[in-house]
Ligand binder design. Structure first.
Ligand code: GAF
Length: 381
């Protein structure tokens, strides 16, 4: 990311210097759609991030924000929701802070990033965390990283309309170079898991498709899970979320829950267990088992949770044919990336074959990113 250009733009628009903050996108090794079910996830922040340069202006509530990647300016105040979609993220973060009694004033900012949009690498959480971190620092609001992650999540819920879990914002705020984060999404207890799989590489292949209605389909998945949990709760009052349930409990309500909700819940319960198994395998350096679990996750996401698509399934098949250790759709689904655990010696051949075959079949050039695990949100000096 070229920070000089960001500085120059800020200077030319506002005739002054600002402070730079950054917050990254994320990968998730395993544990998908488990966060809003109170389960576990295993994400890591990556070397693709959002950057903003920002400075208070001398107004009580006027915001001037310039999105460099879109060459668009939005001017709004702290009371009136902006029209531009991207500006709603900034407005939402401010509102969520004000709700929590922060005293904010007007500011000017320019932002840009290199987290691919709609690729399942959580560009929106990177944006929320970047602004959350910057505004918190600028106006001495005193929020800690936990609260900043929750502010980002609440922005999605209340100003974007996606009822997401906490994984993306947490990874963005808590990322640590070289480590994944094993996060209990109910208690927000977390543990850094050093990740340096000798002899293997982690690589993302971006299908470069983002099937529409992803946010409404996402919210629908969440509803299905809550629905299934509410049936189980009738017989097992201790079950608040699917994280508290097991497959036997689910079977007990098989005749009451719709077939669709049943499948969704089954996936989630199995996925939470898969994550535990994968963590155990990681501890022992057993990447073959980790990879096996990743393939199982893909099958579940594709057949039971139904958030995959032809493009992702195709890349998953090619990975299997090439002998890749593990491969699956990553993030919310409906397009975006597959995450692949590949032996060093297979890496180049796999990438060549996958990109050529994908392009031939879908007439789209996929993008490839070797994953580098980096630090979370911070001020740049
Ligand atoms: C999206 C959401 F934002 C996360 O909270 C999570 O649910 C993920 O999809 C699926 O695991 O990235």
């Amino acid at each position: 990311m070229e920070l000089q250009a960001l500085h120059e733009k800020f200077q030319s628009l506002f005739n002054t210097e600002g402070i730079v903050y950054t917050s990254p996108g994320r990968i998730n090794l395993i544990g998908e759609h488990t966060d809003y079910n109170g389960g576990f996830v295993l994400p890591g922040a990556i070397d693709k991030a959002m950057y903003c340069i920002i400075k208070p202006n001398d107004t009580s509530d006027k915001i001037r924000a310039y999105a460099m990647d879109l060459s668009e300016m939005a001017e709004f105040d702290l009371k009136t929701p902006p029209v531009k979609q991207w500006a709603k993220y900034i407005f939402g973060v401010c509102q969520e802070m004000i709700k929590r009694e922060a005293k904010l004033h007007g500011f000017d900012c320019v932002f840009a990033g290199d987290v691919p949009l709609g690729a399942g690498m959580s560009s929106s959480a990177a944006l929320e965390s970047c602004f959350g971190f910057a505004i918190n620092d600028l106006f001495n609001c005193g929020f800690d990283r936990f609260e900043l992650a929750k502010i980002g999540q609440a922005t999605e819920h209340n100003y974007v309309g996606v009822k997401c879990g906490i994984m993306d914002q947490f990874a963005s705020c808590f990322g640590k170079e070289g480590s994944l984060i094993r996060l209990d999404c109910r208690t927000l207890e977390y543990e850094y898991v050093p990740f340096d799989p000798k002899g293997y590489r982690l690589v993302l292949i971006n299908t470069c498709v983002a099937h529409e209605l992803a946010s409404s389909a996402y919210n629908k998945r969440r509803e299905s899970c809550e629905n299934a949990a509410s049936y189980i709760r009738k017989y097992h009052p201790e079950v608040e979320l699917l994280r508290d349930a097991n497959l036997d409990m689910l079977k007990e309500v098989a005749n009451e829950v719709s077939a669709e909700d049943y499948m969704r819940a089954e996936f989630v319960i199995e996925e939470i267990q898969r994550l535990q198994d994968a963590c155990e395998a990681l501890k022992n350096g057993d990447y073959e088992t980790v990879g096996k679990k990743m393939y199982e996750t893909h099958i579940g996401l594709s057949r039971k949770y139904e958030v995959s698509c032809a493009e992702l399934d195709f890349l998953n098949d090619v990975a299997r044919q090439c002998g890749v250790t593990g491969s699956r759709v990553m993030g919310g689904g409906f397009g975006g990336c597959t995450i692949n655990l590949v032996k060093d010696e297979l890496h180049d051949g796999f990438i060549k074959r996958a990109t050529e075959a994908y392009e031939q079949k879908f007439k789209i050039k996929p993008k490839v990113y070797d994953v580098v695990i980096k630090d979370g949100a911070r001020k740049l000096v």
